[in-house]
Write a protein that binds this ligand. Sequence first.
Ligand SMILES: *Cc1c(COP(=O)(O)O)cnc(C)c1O
Length: 399
Amino acid sequence: MPTASEAIIERAKKHLLQNYRWQPLVITRGEGVRVWDAEGRRYLDMLGGIATCALGHCHPEVTAAAKAQLDRLWHISNVFYTEPQISLAEKLTAESGLERAFFCNSGAEANEALFKLARRVMKDRGHLERHEVVSFESSFHGRTLATTAATGQPKYQRGFEPLPPGFRSIPYGDLEVVKQAVGPSTAAIVVEAVQGEGGVRVAPEGFLRGLRELCDREGLLLLVDEVQTGMGRTGRFFAFQHEGVRPDAASMAKALGNGLPIAAMLCREDLMRSLPAGSHGSTFGGNLVAAAAANVAVSIIRRQETLERVRQLGDRLLEGAGALMARLPEQVAAVRGRGLLVGVEVKGEPPKVVAGCRERGMLVNLAGERTVRLAPPFVITAAEIDEALSILEAALKGV
Ligand SMILES: *Cc1c(COP(=O)(O)O)cnc(C)c1O
């Protein structure tokens, strides 16, 4: 007799597109930092959805807000005003220092909005030749054609050519390289303050500040992709705030709805003229149930005590991972991260470490080919962080 999970996975193999690198688990329930599979086995979710459920699974206040909205109004055309969207825009513009918000449904869509904005702004300024967006190698900006073109990783692009023109990626973290790369056709630079999917790579100190200065000097837009790093993940509401810079526009998504699909593109007041009525939009963008959840998620995450908690627990996780590397130099190549976004680069066979964690009751995945990504919900306790580190250590030793 197959187990309940095996039977479900068999069905998945027959009818789902096999586009994911599945882990062989059927997850049926979640609460806080824990999830359960179809056999009732419990797991510590160190992936936090996938950096989406920042307040943990089924956070009571977020759930209550979504349920209340479900009984009131699910959806209405975006040609009508709705209060949850407006409240959310007020909060996000206050946190970011960017005065305008546009809502959509995914990180890729938010980045598309960034790129469309950049092209329009340059046309409106009379710079018809400035159409190119410079991005960085090992970046990740999404799976639509334009965001695939912007993503500086050939493995995501292979076979999808011809990709939309107007994107070019260059090495990450080196200002001199960026200065050489921008030219008369450059419209904007798009950057992650910490490259998440690319292997948890933190930009060197001063990099974002340097990009800001360069963009100011050359008349380019600085676009920051905060899809993964926004919503407090790195210990500030936005990762760009660590460097005290204000981008011209930013995107956010993953944790915005604590797991419900909602995303935002935020931009400077003076740029919004370039996307006037009719120029851009989204049917479901800022969906009311997702927006209701996001309002609560943002209200909790923007509290100083939440951000302080992320910083303290993040330090514990990073230091613990560093100690692990010192004990297991044969297994661990590097440890990187900021706040509760930590990567442990593994020597040997990284997929086996992921499987070893799963067998020991902990969910993680790989960012890039070799880096175990830890992005737990912020409600994790210090004891659970220590638990996660000891499971990871056991998994590394078991390989
Ligand atoms: C996840 C991610 C995206 C894509 O978001 P989707 O919601 O999957 O479209 C874009 N940029 C970054 C930095 C991400 O981490």
